[in-house]
Ligand binder design. Structure first.
Ligand code: ZN
Length: 269
């Protein structure tokens, strides 16, 4: 089995201090949280940023500042979000790609988020996929349900994505089962890499499944703010540490950023 890539999703766009007072928000806080996750075993950071009021933004200046602070501290792979936040235009969402990050997320379909809609129409998806390709960035596909894998295949056919794909399954609630995960994995084009981002309580159980199934794992406050039922996590790093510890017990080695670059086909630095 290839080594385990642990991704830290340290802030997201929806989580607020009211959900967990330890949420990092400023560039300095995000860089420190990322560094702590790197020390705990994370090789990728899935990055959103916030403005001075703590609200989600795709402002490239704030991304650039945060990325610089991270790069001064460690060699973690930076994956910028192109999801941004609910209601942002596609032009707004692609802004951080102009910084030529090593990776970026790409969600290949529309999803309901509570009362809101995370809008990813075909024109939006192709616009973002083109911007990812033009800037030489490695995409990580965000997959919420099986039809999004079909959309990814369409992107490959049109030359907007190059295999092998790297897909992360975002699952929560009653869908976070071994059987459903196995179905999703079986639906991927041969040779794809995959990982899980378990939402809420599903974070831990899906991490354990992915470790033994050969997938990769994303954890962090974007997806879950609890350490255990009713107990808030002290930090993103605490969640990463637990995954690294589980992997060690299950005898799956954790990848360094350099090893993760090799697995994902990202040029060495
Ligand atoms: Zn995100």
């Amino acid at each position: 089995m290839e080594k385990l890539i642990i991704t830290a999703a340290v802030v997201g766009a929806e989580t607020m201090r009211a959900d967990n007072p330890n949420l990092p928000l400023t560039p300095e806080e995000l860089a420190q949280a990322t560094y702590d996750c790197w020390r705990a075993g994370a090789s990728v950071v899935h990055l959103h940023v916030r403005d001075a009021d703590g609200q989600p933004t795709q402002n490239p200046k704030i991304f650039a500042q945060t990325m610089q602070l991270i790069q001064e501290r460690c060699d973690i792979i930076i994956q910028v979000s192109t999801g941004g936040a609910i209601g942002m235009s596609v032009e707004e969402r692609v802004q951080p790609l102009q910084l030529h990050p090593e990776m970026a997320s790409l969600t290949t379909g529309t999803v309901n988020f509570g009362n809101d809609v995370f809008y990813n129409s075909w024109p939006y998806i192709t616009h973002i996929a083109k911007a990812i390709k033009e800037n030489g960035v490695k995409p990580e596909l965000g997959i919420f349900e099986p039809s999004m894998i079909e959309t990814a295949r369409q992107l490959v056919k049109q030359g907007l994505l190059s295999p092998p794909l790297h897909c992360t399954f975002a699952l929560g609630g009653n869908l976070a089962t071994a059987r459903y995960l196995a179905h999703l994995v079986d639906s991927l084009p041969a040779g794809s890499h995959w990982g899980v981002a378990g939402l809420g309580r599903a974070e831990l159980q899906l991490a354990a499944l992915a470790i033994v199934m050969g997938g990769h794992v994303r954890v962090g406050f974007e997806d879950n703010v609890y350490y255990s039922r009713g107990v808030l996590a002290e930090s993103n790093a605490q969640l990463v540490e637990r995954v690294a510890r589980l992997a060690q017990e299950l005898q799956r080695e954790v990848a360094t950023p350099a090893e993760a670059r090799q697995i994902l086909g990202i040029p060495a630095r």
